[in-house]
Design a protein around this ligand. Structure first.
Ligand code: HQG
Length: 184
């Protein structure tokens, strides 16, 4: 079983297209593990039936933590784009967060701020390494731009920040440009 392929399809189902798998995520984005397994095993994408153990291996794989299993249910920790908005509890953010992006997006971002674009939330990184990884996905040639987010000031002004089950990933609804500066 190729866990990377499985992880990609689980992300696709739980972040972007649950209806393609006949899944109905609850308010926090959870679906029953059994329902996801049944749907994955109907696709014919896998050489043998996918098991709960395979999903646990995906969730616990080293590297970026993307999903969680709790009480027989599984969800994506962030990244959602499907129309029904997943609820996150706001919390006090670290004073500084980062956002990695492609250099070509900077003029627009510095004018209109960070917007969620096709996702439900803007994604922020707790450290510059994560921001670099995130930004690199948008530009294969040039190094990414890293924006420094003055989260303390934004939070003091009433902007809500949401921690995720991945301590290196924070969310917000949108972020005006006045809280952003080019770090690198
Ligand atoms: C940009 C992946 C122009 C924004 C990642 C970003 C992350 C603007 C792109 C997670 C803009 C959206 C999310 C504006 C924002 N004008 N461009 N006003 N506002 N943008 O993929 O943050 O690895 O939806 O800078 O690693 O790159 O799949 O968001 O470049 O954690 O687990 O619009 O998804 O997680 O791109 O990535 P995305 P993201 P996984």
């Amino acid at each position: 079983m190729d866990l990377t392929d499985l992880s990609r399809e689980v992300s696709y189902a739980l972040r972007h297209a649950p209806w393609e798998y006949e899944l109905e995520p609850d308010a926090e984005g959870f679906v029953p593990v059994g329902q996801l397994l049944a749907a994955l095993n109907e696709t014919g994408h896998y050489s043998r039936p996918v098991t709960t153990g395979d999903l646990e291996a995906v969730v616990n794989a080293p590297g970026k933590r993307r999903h969680e299993i709790r009480d027989g249910h599984i969800r994506a920790l962030y990244g959602h784009s499907f129309p029904m908005r997943v609820a996150f509890e706001p919390a006090c953010p670290p004073a500084v967060l980062y956002h990695g992006t492609a250099r070509r997006f900077l003029p627009s971002i510095m004018e209109e701020g960070l917007r969620p674009m096709s996702r439900q939330y803007v994604h922020l990184s707790a450290d510059t390494d994560m921001a670099r990884q995130v930004g690199s996905r948008h530009d294969r040639r040039d190094p990414p731009a890293i924006l420094r987010v003055d989260a303390a000031a934004a939070h003091a002004d009433g902007v809500a920040f949401y921690p995720t089950g991945n301590e290196r990933v924070w969310l917000c609804n949108a972020l005006p440009a006045k809280y952003l500066s080019v770090f690198k």
